[in-house]
Design a protein around this ligand. Sequence first.
Ligand code: FEO
Length: 178
Amino acid sequence: MLTATMATKLNEQINREFFSAYLYLALSTEAEESNLRGTASWFLAKHGEEMVHAMKMVRYLLDQGASVKLGAIAAPPAPAGAILAMFERTLEHERAVTTAINELVDHALSEKDHATNIFLHWFVTEQIEEEATVNDILGRLRLFGDKGEGLLMIDNELGAAAKVMAQTLAQASAVTAA
Ligand code: FEO
């Protein structure tokens, strides 16, 4: 049983997760338009991951007998303009999501809502991994360059990583749907 406040906060997070999906879909299309196919696949896989995050929260609210309230999803910002800016935007966004998840945990603890606290642990761990991955990509872009052969190599790496993410995602989607 969730309090009304906890349910409202989780519904707000569902909106953030859908916005994240929307943001990464926008970055995927921008990358594709720039002929960065691997980067486009990577952001499309990120889009899929964020949809899974949103659906995990939808499932949790339903399992707890709480109402799911879907609000309007804000439009993504204007194109980032360059691959480095795409990943800087991604890191900035994920840091904001981490802050939001931490605030949710703080609230669950303040209510002694152990179920929600435990449920949110998965998201806390996921944020650590996501920030680390994007930091790593930014580091490689700065080291090897965001143009020419360095960019081609990183775009290929991102394409390979996207395939792995898509496989993991297919398994996660099957579990979420169950
Ligand atoms: Fe669902 Fe990347 O936070």
